[in-house]
Design a protein around this ligand. Structure first.
Ligand SMILES: [Zn+2]
Length: 236
């Protein structure tokens, strides 16, 4: 981890959020955040880890306890993933709603994972009515206008650098600068030109440069804007 943080620092990445996708990983995320000043944590149960009967309503208790830690800046990832879990219609929404209500209770942003489930995710998000939502690895450009209108923040990851993602690449030109962050989703989804490699925080610089080019903006200006948005969203 220290080498990844050093590489990130060398690439100009000053702060990062590591995410737990279940109890053990969430505890590890908090431990990493404790050990490294640049690292912050999000804690929760990912929809893929909630499915197939693995979510229990009492899980919200350990999430609430972990979230008391100073360096926990968000709840999540929570949401829906129909790509990985088609046969457990109830677990994912229960985990999603419970974590959404906890985020509201604690005044923390909810980090959303959604895959092949855009419309169903939007239904639950509207119902939750949260003020602070991060659409992590933003992939639902068809809902961008509503997301902006509701005050949500888009996390832009490596897929924006893939030429085939025409709609996403167009959408990032329309996101207000104060509603956008850049992220890696490491170790997945490495951006061009690192595609095919194991992703790491340092590579977010490539994503930032791509987004700046798509928007016709100066990289340093977009760096400042996305960093300011992250500071506002995560409260650091
Ligand atoms: Zn995700």
């Amino acid at each position: 981890m220290a080498d990844l943080i050093a590489a990130a620092a060398a690439a100009g990445v000053e702060r990062m959020v590591t995410i737990g996708c279940g109890r053990e990983q969430s505890e590890q995320a908090v431990a990493l955040a404790e050990a490294h000043p640049q690292v912050y944590a999000a804690v929760g149960v990912h929809p893929v880890d909630a499915g197939r009967g693995r979510w229990h309503d009492s899980d919200i208790d350990w999430i609430r306890d972990l979230a008391q830690h100073d360096k926990v800046v968000a709840i999540g990832e929570a949401g829906l993933d129909h790509f990985h879990e088609r046969d457990t219609p109830d677990d994912q929404p229960r985990a999603f709603r419970a974590q959404g209500m906890l985020a509201a209770e604690l005044g923390l942003p909810l980090v959303i994972h959604t895959r092949d489930a855009a419309d169903d995710t939007m239904v639950i998000l509207r119902e939750l009515g949260l003020a602070q939502v991060v659409l992590h690895c933003f992939s639902i450009p068809q809902h961008l206008d509503e997301a902006v209108a509701r005050g949500w923040v888009m996390g832009i990851a490596g897929p924006v650098t893939f030429p085939k993602n025409v709609e996403l690449r167009e959408a990032v030109t329309r996101i207000p600068a104060d509603r956008m962050m850049v992220e890696t989703d490491a170790p997945y989804l490495a951006p061009v030109p690192m595609r095919g490699h194991r992703n790491q925080p340092a590579y977010v610089a490539h994503t930032l440069a791509h987004v700046a080019a798509l928007r016709g903006e100066d990289v340093a200006d977009l760096d400042r804007a996305t960093s300011a948005t992250a500071a506002r969203v995560f409260g650091w």
